[in-house]
Design a protein around this ligand. Structure first.
Ligand code: FES
Length: 241
């Protein structure tokens, strides 16, 4: 009987101990939850790894100190920079000018073309009352050494009755020398000298008559014979063009 009671006591004690042991972890977990969510936690002890602790730095900044400009040398560098910029600017401007100049020169007429642009005539070889025809830029040019009578005849014409009114003085630089293009103003034939009804030039193509000043007097031509650019650079010399 005693033996049975002893066994019952032991069983009850073991059961109480097991219950206590099972309740202990639950109490610890509850305490832990309370610490994690509780408002009474003291955080002053926390240290961030990003607040400058040397042990946590991961960025390495190179040392640029040897590239720094020593104090007092900045002005010297500025002068050198200005000099280089100025020199390069001047060289570039000179190069650009030479390029543009060469390009424009290449567009201008060559020396042989320029030589053909002007024709020099020795007037001493043309006697009074005679015509000479020369070629200038592929066109015929009439040069007439007029007599005093021809000059007088040219001046006494009433220009108000002309188809292309023009006084003789406007058509010549020296009254004795008449210089004009030998191309009919109708359709471009070359008139014949010392012919026609007015003693000047006659175009046989359609019958135009020009007087001793080269003005149209009769026929289908609408205008006087054209006067080219010319000058007398010295006595006895004529330059056309
Ligand atoms: S081309 Fe001279 S009159 Fe016609």
């Amino acid at each position: 009987m005693n033996c049975v009671r002893t066994s019952a006591i032991r069983a009850a004690a073991t059961s109480r101990f097991a219950t206590a042991a099972a309740a202990a972890p639950r109490t610890a977990a509850a305490a832990s939850m309370q610490v994690r969510h509780g408002s009474s936690i003291d955080t002053s002890e926390y240290q961030s790894p990003f607040l400058g602790a040397t042990a946590y730095r991961t960025t390495k900044i190179p040392d640029f100190s040897k590239y720094r400009v020593p104090a007092g040398t900045a002005r010297k560098n500025q002068v050198f920079s200005y000099f280089m910029v100025g020199t390069m600017g001047a060289l570039s401007a000179a190069g650009a000018k030479a390029t543009v100049q060469d390009f424009l020169v290449s567009l201008s007429a060559s020396a042989d073309v320029l030589a053909m642009a002007k024709v020099e005539v020795d007037l001493s070889s043309i006697p009074e009352g005679k015509n000479v025809i020369i070629k200038w830029r592929g066109k015929p040019v009439f040069i007439r050494h007029r007599t005093p009578d021809e000059i007088m005849e040219a001046n006494k014409v009433d220009i108000s009755k002309l188809r292309d009114p023009q006084p003789d003085a406007e058509r010549v630089k020296k009254p004795e020398w008449l210089v004009m293009l030998g191309i009919c103003t109708h359709l471009g034939c070359v008139p014949i000298g010392e012919a026609g009804d007015y003693g000047g030039w006659f175009c046989p193509c359609h019958g135009s008559h020009y007087d001793i000043s080269g003005r149209i007097r009769k026929g289908p031509a609408p205008l006087n014979l054209e006067i080219p650019e010319y000058e007398f650079p010295e006595e006895g010399k004529l330059v056309i063009g």
